[in-house]
Design a protein around this ligand. Sequence first.
Ligand SMILES: [Zn+2]
Length: 310
Amino acid sequence: MNRAFQACITATCIIFSVNAAAFNPYPGNDNPNTDDDVPGDPPITSPGTQWDDVPPDMVNSIELTWKEMTGGFEGKTGARPRNGSISGFYNTILDQVMQNNGKLNYCVRYESDVPVSPDLRDDIEAALRRNVNAWFSKLAGYNHFPHQHIDVNVVGWAVRNRSTLQWNDDPVPVYVGDYYENAPQCAQVCGRFFHQEAGYSYPQCPGGKANHYDQSLWLTEGMNGGAGGDWGQRVGRSYFTGQVKSENLHIFLHEMGHGFGFPDYYNWRTWTQSTPEPYSVMVAGSAFEVTDWDRWMLRYTWDRLKPRWD
Ligand SMILES: [Zn+2]
């Protein structure tokens, strides 16, 4: 079964798909009878051992965000339904990292004809390592999260034309002419998105499980903004390669946040009137790095999902 969720940074184009059949579960209408966050809702108490350190002014927005992530705002504009709750979804980036013992493998879907030098290839992998760990460093040492550092590797490139890649030694497989959603992809027999069965060993993937990919970095020529989900991150090719050496690729960081299940905040005011939106990389145009609020939101999410791996 293929399940995916994604959300875009530029518009309200949030898409869930089940069995690759895209549909939009968001009715787009406010339901005034849906319960709100006004006094009366029971407080959520985190089981996290270090949660007591959370800055008090962050608690409300964190709990409201979790409420959205678990379908508690079903029916409100831009909010996921209860059957899209993160509590019943087992392909978040946390699931992927935990099942891989701290590794995260990438396919680069290169939807462009602008040549890629070996140096740029290496810079892209380094940028993935740096930015993935910009998130995961916030969990290091927190409530038994077992990884100090995530081992991020590019295990494949997908292109339209082999000649776009200016190397010949093929340190990792190059996939040419394999298309999905009209863009180059690495072989589906190697992709976690296409094989979410527990314990799947990728028997048809060249190199087997060690060479499977969890995420795709999808670089699209001429794209503004981005999209993200459990399958990976899609951003503009020139955005990513043009800033490949900068410390924080904030659109990438935002799209990766959707991989944890975090929402957009375009419709925050229809979810709550009383709590200001957080200072977060998930709030488009607000923060340009993983913030202290994001750190606590991720920690809260870890606390909540941790029983999966106990
Ligand atoms: Zn977004």
